[in-house]
Design a protein around this ligand. Structure first.
Ligand code: C2E
Ligand code: MG
Ligand code: MG
Ligand code: MG
Length: 288
């Protein structure tokens, strides 16, 4: 409801705030129903090895087919899910689905799953991951968990202990959206990541931006020094791809290769790759 201010006029600011609060409440209600009916599901975006163009994994990205609004983007509902604590149940559901799907993919293909910092705070993350692996039969080495820099900001010993315990299971840990958080490099010393994903904001328009080039080049060299795989996110053009390959980036992901797709499509793509029928044609790497 719009409130009257002291001079009797309506404030657009308050009307705006109110509408936004209502929209969030509606998302929360609908999200609870979606969770209960298990309509949220992962789509998968291929991770491509630049040396030979093979799909070596896929990232699970949650999709919400909303009855009235069509597909709703995670950018819109993940923040609501985090504010309301629903992210824990959503995260567990997506993790389980992703492990179940990936268990049927070829044995050398991994699945990457995003984790919210809140999932580390509840205290049962380790058993959630162990259950998903056990129920699906997915070998731990085929699961990658993506975390963001904000998780490590607090320098919590509980978070570090959980990360080490996950790694002891054989699960791989990736640093997502690298370079956008507070990038205190000291955490790279306290935890041995398996992979660093360069945020897409540095990759977009890379070819015309000397600053981005300098940043990406130094992240690649940091990765080489640490013995960590470097993945470039958000690759959209051939020019970006060849620049990244020339600079020694090992892996890439982006609309140039594919958007996130339903499991049936990804499975088809992986089967084709496995049979050798496409001879790598799907993501042919030029003169590589
Ligand atoms: P993210 O983990 O960094 O995922 C990459 C995002 O970039 C995805 O957006 C993907 O569709 C998009 N993307 C990939 N390639 C390109 C490209 O070439 N160009 C452009 N413009 N975009 C590209 P999406 O699916 O909308 O997800 C957004 C974010 O939502 C994710 O960022 C992740 O932080 C979060 N998210 C998605 N699924 C989950 C989930 O299951 N759990 C949690 N906690 N977060 C999730
Ligand atoms: Mg991610
Ligand atoms: Mg990312
Ligand atoms: Mg992101």
């Amino acid at each position: 409801r719009a409130k009257k201010d002291t001079r009797g006029t309506f404030s657009f600011f308050e009307v705006g705030m109110d509408a936004r609060a209502q929209a969030r409440r509606k998302i929360e209600t609908d999200l609870r129903a979606a969770l209960q009916h298990e309509v949220l599901r992962p789509y998968y975006q291929p991770l491509v090895r630049l040396a030979d163009g093979r799909i070596t994994g896929s990232e699970a990205l949650v999709r919400w087919p909303h009855p009235e609004r069509g597909m709703i983007s995670p950018a819109e509902f993940i923040p609501v899910a985090e504010d309301t604590g629903l992210i824990n149940a959503i995260g567990a559901q997506i993790l389980r689905s992703a492990c179940m799907d990936a268990a049927r993919w070829p044995d050398d293909v991994r699945v990457a799953v995003n984790l919210s910092p809140l999932q580390f705070r509840v205290g049962n993350l380790l058993s959630v991951v162990m259950d998903a692996l056990k129920q699906s039969g997915l070998p731990p080495r085929r699961l990658e968990l993506e975390i963001t820099e904000t998780l490590l900001l607090e320098k919590s010993s509980q978070v570090l202990a959980t990360l080490h315990a996950l790694r002891a299971l054989g699960v791989r840990i990736s640093m997502d959206d690298f370079g956008t958080g507070y990038s205190s490099l000291s955490y790279l010393r306290s935890f041995p990541f398996d992979k660093i994903k360069i945020d897409q904001s540095f990759v977009r328009g890379l070819c015309d931006n000397r600053e981005s080039q300098a940043i990406v080049r130094s992240i690649i060299s940091l990765g080489n020094g640490l013995g960590v795989t470097i993945t470039a996110e958000g690759v959209e053009s051939e020019a970006e791809l060849s620049w990244l390959r020339a600079e020694g980036c090992q892996e890439a992901q982006g609309f140039l290769f594919s958007q996130a797709r339903p499991n049936a499509e990804i499975t088809g793509l992986l089967d084709l790759q496995q049979s050798g029928a496409s001879a790598g044609a799907e993501f042919a790497m030029g003169s590589a």
